[in-house]
Design a protein around this ligand. Structure first.
Ligand SMILES: NC(=O)c1ccc[n+]([C@@H]2O[C@H](COP(=O)([O-])OP(=O)(O)OC[C@H]3O[C@@H](n4cnc5c(N)ncnc54)[C@H](O)[C@@H]3O)[C@@H](O)[C@H]2O)c1
Length: 397
């Protein structure tokens, strides 16, 4: 797409719960336009088109067949991610998908190869590391605020999704579970801040074989649990940093939900007061304590228009800017580069999670075969930063 005035035309497949926030985010940017939407349920996609002013509600096949569509936004359930992404690439379209990237490594490798062969780009959620919180953490590390990083710790203890999601089945089926559902946010943030992971260990258990849906029209219905729901892991990064991570759907409450990065000279603390909706969003506190300070200091994003506060400013509206990763992919197509939230990054994160899942069954330590480029921090000319931000916020209001 060489014409800078032309919008990047997107066809949405998957019109469920998460699609609203994508559509709200993307509506703020003239560079991207969602022109069609589809799902398994035509009534659902018609309603979505009407709600968000999308010109056309159609079938997934009609999106694949439309030569004017540049990119498929794949917001289907995990079990459908690989097939929809493959069909999109085969139809000559770039693709941006929700997480997890795939459900097995061979699908992931095949998608990356297909995109390469066709000269197309793959982007993948999460894009939360575009947010002011993670851009701030990365800046602190790059600036040497904690010296050489040595360790990382992440803990998320929840009691799953059946109390707030009316259709929580897929979270307990193959492709779901706390590791594949929540792990991408934490591991992507870790790779963004600390680089790729090369070796892991893991342990897991499934506390309940059945769980009851406790909200919505299906209240009282039981679901079988096919996946482990309490996952512990040890991580060894290529840089020599070591870490531990707990992801659980079996914890009623905890005082430890937080993310910390340790360095030779200090610690960065990322408190996560609400484990379900905290660290997997774009904003939030960042704290710093070094060998030279006696107290934690808050690391606010200054009131100015620094580029690393972009997404936080944008989601001053609702704390969530899912979709900026797709905007970056559209810019990447134009600029001839890889997107920051790239398929290679998502594949590496999936590969790490797959190794954590293999560890209890096949041996204490598992080597992670893949690696990836570490995404660059946001640049000053990213849409939403600098002079553009007032205009975009005004448009959003
Ligand atoms: N709901 C959340 O809070 C949340 C948050 C972050 C990420 N996600 C991720 O977003 C994705 C979607 O989640 P959701 O909560 O919106 O799910 P959902 O069940 O509400 O919606 C899924 C949509 O995908 C469509 N779909 C499913 N299989 C399809 C297929 N084969 N072809 C075409 N369309 C198909 C369905 O018709 C539906 O429109 C998942 O990967 C999930 O992990 C969800």
């Amino acid at each position: 797409m060489s014409d800078r005035t032309k919008s990047f035309r997107v066809g949405l497949i998957g019109c469920g719960r998460i699609s609203d926030i994508y559509l709200k985010t993307l509506a703020r940017f003239s560079q991207v336009k969602v022109v069609a939407c589809a799902s398994l349920d035509p009534a659902e996609s018609r309603a979505k088109a009407e709600q968000h002013g999308i010109g056309r509600s159609c079938t997934p096949d009609e999106i694949f067949a439309d030569p004017s569509i540049d990119c498929v936004l794949n917001l289907t359930i995990p079990a459908a991610h690989a097939e929809i992404s493959r069909n999109a690439l085969n139809a000559g379209k770039h693709v941006y998908s929700e997480k997890p990237f795939v459900m097995n490594r061979s699908d992931g490798r095949a998608l990356l190869q297909l995109a390469k062969d066709k000269g197309l780009l793959i982007g993948n959620a999460p894009d939360t590391f575009f947010g002011g919180r993670w851009q701030t953490v990365r800046r602190l590390i790059d600036d040497g605020a904690i010296g050489a990083p040595t360790g990382v710790f992440a803990h998320v203890g929840t009691h799953g999704t059946e109390r707030h999601n009316p259709n929580p089945d897929f979270y307990y089926q193959s492709g779901g579970g706390p590791l594949l559902d929540l792990g991408p946010y934490y591991l992507t943030a870790m790779v963004f801040c600390l680089g790729p992971v090369e070796r892991v260990a893991g342990m897991a258990r499934r506390t309940f074989d059945r769980r009851m849906i406790e909200n919505g029209p299906r209240h009282g219905e039981w679901m079988d649990v096919e996946v482990d729901t309490h996952s512990l892991s040890l991580l060894q990064f290529t840089s020599g940093v070591i870490g531990s991570m707990t992801m659980s759907f079996d914890v009623w409450d905890s005082e430890t939900p937080r993310f910390e990065i340790y360095g030779e000279d200090g610690t960065i603390g990322i408190p996560d007061p609400d484990p379900v909706h905290g660290a997997n969003l774009f904003d939030g506190d960042v704290w710093l304590k070094t060998k030279d300070t006696s107290r934690w200091s808050h690391q606010p994003r200054p009131a100015g228009r620094e580029h690393w506060q972009v997404a936080e400013n944008l989601h001053g509206l609702n704390r969530d800017s899912r979709g900026v990763g797709l905007l970056d992919l559209a810019l990447a197509v134009r600029e001839g580069r890889q997107p920051r939230a790239s398929g290679a990054l998502a594949y590496h994160v999936f590969d790490v999670m797959d190794a954590i899942e293999r560890a209890p069954r096949f041996g204490a330590y598992q080597t992670v075969e893949s690696s990836c480029e570490v995404p660059a921090p946001l640049s000053v000319d990213f849409p939403g930063s600098g002079p553009q931000i007032e205009q975009e916020l005004a448009h959003a209001r």
